[in-house]
Design a protein around this ligand. Structure first.
Ligand code: DAH
Length: 364
């Protein structure tokens, strides 16, 4: 017996052995099923579908088969590769679905969780009202003038014709800067800015002087030791009380509304002569409700003091009283705010709680 003719007799190719192919398919399917995530699946894919995988090698062997066997071997290998590809595709789809599911759970936003809440700040209503008042006078062509809060006694009292025996000079109203007889105080009103302005400028003078003032009052619902005033001063040739009235009417209409008028009542201030208390028509009841809570049924609301600048004050500030006349007025800003917005308690204005301020909005 002759041995096999190795040149001509077909030798079974191990890689194409049906069992070997089935084994390769089985290995691939097992590996696929064993992959627990997409990265794992990707890492084993090459050994079962890559160029050097058993099935790829088997595929390559088909070319060397006798023509009669090619078709069958091709079919077998093709089907095997198809099953493996199918298995990978299916596993891939499964793992992708699992991943998507997991992401949906893990990355869900819990909209019920509270976020850190940062309350927005708000400008204080004293600043807002001050600016509104300034705008009204600037609209009439006036300028804003300011002075220091720590002021000389001379500018605060003497130059304003407030004699040594005036109650406002007594210790009960005035904060003194030590030493007590040093002539330096915290200003008790904005009127010293009148004197500073007349000393610094020559008429015509049309200024509004807003600012903080200090008095030794205890804090309660209607008083505070630190509050705000605005002072008006006009000095020009031929100024009369009619000009004062016109300026005040324009002011109250700008702040409280169209048609609101003022009333001047005789009064006394050392720095004005004649002097008058300023009232304005109640903008809530217009004088028609005897039980109105804003004006107490009087129909008028007291706003502050005013008058024609006293000749002695003009002279002490270096202004010729024979050539010039002037008017002045002084009003409290807290009072205007309380009246305009119905704020009942001073504590709300001075405590600085943003919830109070934000109720006035963010007017800029
Ligand atoms: N300075 C006064 C006060 O604080 C207010 C005042 C009244 C100012 C009459 C004036 C004025 O300019 O003419 O109580």
């Amino acid at each position: 017996m002759s041995g096999p003719n190795t040149n001509h007799d077909p030798v079974p190719v191990a890689a194409l052995d049906p069992e070997a192919i089935e084994q390769a398919v089985q290995d691939a399917l097992d590996a696929c099923a064993g992959a627990t995530d997409l990265a794992g699946l990707k890492s084993i894919r090459h050994s079962h579908q890559g160029d050097k995988s058993p099935l790829a090698l088997a595929n390559r062997e088909i070319g060397g088969l006798p023509p009669g066997e090619k078709a069958e071997a091709g079919k077998r290998v093709g089907q095997a590769r198809g099953r493996v590809a199918q298995a990978f595709k299916a596993r891939q789809a499964e793992l992708e679905a699992e991943r998507d599911e997991r992401i949906l759970v893990e990355e869900t936003l819990d909209l019920t969780v509270g976020t850190p809440h940062h309350r927005l700040g708000a400008r204080h209503p004293i600043s807002l009202v001050t600016e509104r008042i300034e705008d009204i006078f600037v609209g009439m062509g006036w300028e804003i003038a300011e002075g220091p809060e720590i002021e000389s006694e001379w500018l605060t009292f003497d130059a304003l014709n407030i004699g040594k025996d005036h109650p406002a000079r007594g210790e009960q109203d005035t904060f003194f800067v030590e030493p007590q007889d040093g002539g330096v105080i915290l200003r008790t009103h904005t009127s010293p800015v009148q004197i500073r302005t007349m000393l610094e400028r020559t008429p015509p003078i049309y200024v509004l002087c807003p600012g903080k003032v200090f008095r030794t009052d205890d804090l309660d619902a209607t008083h505070t030791p630190v509050f705000h005033q605005f002072e008006g001063l006009v000095v020009d040739e031929g100024i009369t009380m009619a000009h004062l009235r016109g300026a005040l009417d324009t002011f109250v209409q700008g702040l409280f509304g169209e048609g609101i008028i003022t009333r001047l009542r005789p009064n006394y201030f050392p720095f004005t002569e004649p002097s008058a208390e300023i009232d304005c028509r109640c903008w809530v009841c217009q004088g028609e409700d005897a039980r109105c809570r804003t004006c107490g049924g009087t129909g008028w609301i007291e706003l502050g003091g005013s008058g024609m600048v006293n000749r002695r004050v003009l002279a002490s500030a270096g202004v010729d009283p024979d050539r010039y006349t002037g008017f002045a007025f002084g009003l409290g800003i807290e009072r205007s705010l309380m009246l305009r917005h119905g704020v009942a308690d001073m504590h709300d204005i001075i405590e600085g709680d943003v919830r109070f301020s934000s109720a006035f909005g963010m007017e800029i």
